[in-house]
Design a protein around this ligand. Structure first.
Ligand SMILES: Cc1ncc(COP(=O)(O)O)c(C=O)c1O
Length: 338
C-alpha cells in the first residue's frame, strides 16, 4: 500500500517529544502540568443547559456558513471588541475551532506559485504545529522565523531576505503568542501590515488567546488594519471559545477578513470541515438572555499568578508576560538536557 511522502520528515507532535525527554528523568513530587494550552477552569454553567435544550437539532447538519444570527453575534463581538465593522454575511464564518481554520486558510487563499517560484509561508519559531502542516500541505516552504528574547519574543519578518519575502504568500502570527506570551503592539501590527502590503502576502492572525489578559485587552490585527487603512482582505483573524471560555471540547470559533478573502475561504473551506456542530448557539442568541455567546471576559488565571512563586526556588527569573496566560522558565530545557 502506498502512503504520501510529503509529511514523512515531520517530527512527532510536541507532547510525545517532551514526554520522551522527561521519561529519562526520575519522577517525584507533585506533577505540574505544563500543557498550558488547555484551560483547566470551569466553563460557563449555562453552556450545558443550552446544549441539552437544543439536543433535538442534532439530527440535522448545521448550515455551512453558520446561522445568520450566529454570524451576526460574531460581527457584533468584533465591533464591540475591536471597533471594526464587518459584514456578517460576507466577512465572517463560524469554525469548529481556530485549528481547522488556520489549516484551511492556506488551501483556500494561498496561490500555488508566487513570482514564478515555490511559495514561502512564514511562521514564528516556536510555533503552533498546524502552521507548518498547513504550509507543507499547501505545497509551500514553511519558513520559521525566530521569536526569541532578542526579537521581543515575536518574529521579525522584516529581517528576512528579499528573496524569501518576494515568494511569501502568507505569514502566521499568534498574539498573544503561544508559548511565549508576547503580545503584538499596535506598532508591530502596523509594521507587519505594511510589510505584507509591500510584498503582497496575507497575514493569518491567530488570536485565540486574545481574551486572556490582565489589564489591557490586546490590540487586534483587523483593528490595526482598519486604523492604518489597509485592505481588510490582507488580514485574516482566527478566534475561538476554547481558551477564553474554557471550552476546547465544544469546538467553536470563527474566522473573519475582507469579503474577497472570505469568499475564497467559504468556497473551499466549507467543503472539507467548516461546520459549526452546535446549533444550540442559535437558540441562545435568539432568546436574548443576558449572557452573549462571545462574552468579553478577561481571565487572568490564578495558576499563572502563582507561577513565579511556584518556580522561584528552582528557577529565579521566571516571568509571567503581560497577558498572563503563560509563564516562561528559562531553566526548563537546560535542566532536561543535562
Ligand atoms: C496557538 C494556538 N492556536 C490555535 C490553537 C487551537 O485552538 P482551537 O482550535 O481550540 O481554537 C491552539 C490550541 O492549543 C493554540 O495554542
Amino acid at each position: 500500500m502506498m502512503y504520501p511522502e510529503r509529511f514523512s520528515n515531520l517530527p512527532a507532535h510536541a507532547w510525545p517529544r517532551l514526554r520522551a525527554l522527561l521519561d529519562a528523568h526520575e519522577g517525584g513530587g507533585t506533577p505540574i502540568h505544563m500543557t498550558i494550552g488547555e484551560p483547566k477552569h470551569a466553563f460557563p454553567a449555562w453552556v450545558t443547559d443550552v446544549i441539552a435544550e437544543n439536543a433535538a437539532g442534532f439530527n440535522s447538519y448545521p448550515a455551512n456558513d453558520g446561522t445568520p444570527r450566529l454570524r451576526g453575534a460574531i460581527a457584533g463581538w468584533i465591533k464591540r471588541r475591536y471597533a471594526v465593522d464587518v459584514d456578517a454575511d460576507t466577512q465572517v464564518m463560524p469554525l469548529n475551532g481556530t485549528r481547522e481554520g488556520l489549516y484551511n486558510a492556506v488551501m483556500a487563499t494561498c496561490p500555488e506559485t508566487k513570482n514564478g517560484r515555490k511559495p514561502a509561508i512564514l511562521m514564528p519559531n516556536p510555533f503552533y504545529q498546524v502552521y507548518m502542516i498547513a504550509a507543507i500541505s499547501g505545497a509551500a516552504d514553511p519558513v520559521m522565523v525566530p521569536a526569541t528574547r532578542e526579537t521581543g519574543h515575536l518574529p521579525d519578518f522584516a529581517s528576512l531576505p528579499e528573496d524569501v519575502l518576494n515568494r511569501t504568500t502568507a505569514a502566521y502570527i499568534c498574539s498573544p503568542a503561544n508559548p511565549q506570551g508576547a503580545v503584538a503592539t499596535r506598532a508591530y501590527w502596523a509594521d507587519l501590515i505594511a510589510l505584507a502590503e509591500k510584498y503582497d502576502f496575507k497575514i493569518f492572525a491567530d488570536e485565540c488567546y486574545s481574551e486572556i489578559y490582565r489589564d489591557t485587552p490586546p490590540v487586534g490585527a483587523l483593528q490595526v488594519a482598519q486604523e492604518v487603512g489597509a485592505d481588510p482582505d490582507r488580514v485574516v483573524i482566527f478566534h475561538s471559545l476554547s481558551k477564553r471560555s474554557n471550552l476546547p471540547g465544544l469546538r467553536s470559533g470563527f474566522v473573519a477578513s475582507g469579503a474577497n478573502t472570505m469568499r475564497e475561504i467559504k468556497h473551499c473551506g466549507t467543503m472539507p470541515v467548516h461546520r459549526c456542530r452546535y446549533r444550540c448557539k442559535r437558540r441562545r442568541l435568539r432568546s436574548g438572555t443576558t449572557k452573549p455567546m462571545w462574552p468579553r471576559t478577561a481571565r487572568f488565571t490564578s495558576r499563572n499568578t502563582r507561577s513565579p512563586t511556584v518556580f522561584s526556588a528552582t528557577s529565579p527569573g521566571t516571568k509571567v508576560p503581560r497577558p498572563g496566560s503563560f509563564c516562561g522558565c528559562r531553566w526548563k530545557m537546560t535542566k532536561l538536557r543535562r
